[in-house]
Design a protein around this ligand. Sequence first.
Ligand code: MTE
Ligand code: MO
Length: 583
Amino acid sequence: MSKKPPAPQPSEFRGELSHGEDHINKVTWAGSIGSEHAIAPRIRVGRDRWFNILWLIPIGFAVALIAVAVAQGLRTMPSIQHFIADFPGVPSPTQADEQPGMPWWVNLQHFVNILFMFFIIRSGWQILVDHPRLYWTRHSRPGNEWMRVRPKSPDDPLWTAKQDSVDLPKHVGLPGLRHTIGLARWWHFTVDIGWLVNGVVFFILIFATGQWQRLVPTSWRVFPDALSVMIQYLSLNFPANHGWVAYNGLQLLAYFITVFIAAPLALITGLGMSPALSTRFHRFSRVFHIQLARSIHSLVMMWFVFFIVVHVTMVFVTGARENLNAMFAARDSNGWLGVGIFGIGAVIILAAWFTASPFTLRHPRVVQNVGNAVAGPFQRWFEKVNLSPNQYTEADISDYFWHNGTWPESPEYARLMANGFEDYRLRIDGLVDNPMELSLADLHALPHHEQITQHYCIQGWSGVAKWGGVSMSTILAMAQPHADAKWVVFYSIAEGSDGGIYYDAHPIAQMRGELAMLAYEFNGEPLTYGHGAPLRLRNEVQLGFKQVKWIKGVEFVAHFDEIGGGYGGYNEDHEYYGYSQSI
Ligand SMILES: Nc1nc2c(c(=O)[nH]1)N[C@H]1C(S)=C(S)[C@@H](COP(=O)(O)O)O[C@H]1N2
Ligand SMILES: [Mo]
């Protein structure tokens, strides 16, 4: 008869957790981070000169005036007149009989697309300003960014990425408030999925019905046609509008770029920011790294914004009623029906626009739960990757690695640090056969594991570092988790930004992977205070906030819903993040 082992006790650290809030108090939000406004984008010119892109407005206006004068001059020239006669750029009205016109489903999908795009762009801006800088390299050194949307930050070695975030006006960003990236991401991902489904259905239908011929240029003529139409528009003597029949050369090019280049690029660059996918498709992501993906993703956004502004302007100045009938009432007419339907659509969009942020701030858990339900399955699917270690080399190590989080400021921590963490103990318990306490010396005596990997903060910065310490598989082998232990919870010495200690939960399967470890070294040196001394987690499938620093306890549990607020971690409880963040 074997003796039954004592029933496992829940970790006493659970008592140090706080639960999180179901409502947002703007004053105490995110550790009372307060307000710091985004500024108009600045583009870096040379080493440290910054061009404010608002200058593009007067410059653009001046260029437009000159362009009109030049185009009008050109149209008096016989050679240009011949060119326009040879390449009128617009379809001939006689094509009308063979054309199917604009079906109702294109109208509907176009409307759904407008609605979704607005929310994708707004939540995207909110995500962007949570790390208000764009870089061309993966190293994210401040000052090296090619664009920033925040004032210069102080030269403080412990300046955190969270302090670096800025806010947006409530009805510009979604939800506007500083450091609401968790909620903005749920909006972004949830609406993205709707937008992708709409897009896939659109692609299927246009190729099934021949509507694709409206959008895909089938002859090189499209280039001289587009040039001709451009000259005609700029001369303010517009070409005839036969949008019901077919688009002119310039429309064809602009729509083709938007539908077949910009939209797929938005998807690819979005996925390119995922730690799990980047590690899985390493050969691709070595070149096409997160910061390149993030920069191109933002440039695609700028294209969409530019396109929307020009497109809407042209809809109204080239024959509003005819255009609105084609796009909102599926008819070739000059009546008012299209205007009416468009008006109803505009009211729906405006109502959604102005309620989105207030709703999100009032019901953040709803946004989190809906996001988790819609986008969560994809995030967990991306986690199913087989990672291999040491994909980066010493030469890849970043010369700057951001700090983030809330510093450990307790006397308990100060005492530990004062004598070189000699009294530090890592407690491992929960659903295991062998609960234990390990000193730093014990940890050093275990087999040494090293990995050079890239860190992906949810806010958008990244950096490559070499981590040294103990593989989580070593810890698992020693602790012997029970079969019902499905999650591993890491408790920090440090509090989170809203009180209660910081913690996070990871699936036990990921702890068996090759890139899960407890690190006590950073780039070959003992782990620093800022990066989590004496011990921090690395799980390279996940974003940065899941890499708990200053760890004091590891508990094996059946499910994280019994811990803290029950959402899987400190940021999940307090800032409405998702528990599985492979992207
Ligand atoms: N205890 C604790 N761990 C934490 C945090 C924190 O606030 N408290 N912040 C997380 C976040 S958001 C990130 S991006 C990484 C940053 O690690 P670094 O400061 O070493 O770059 O730590 C994570 N671990
Ligand atoms: Mo982070």
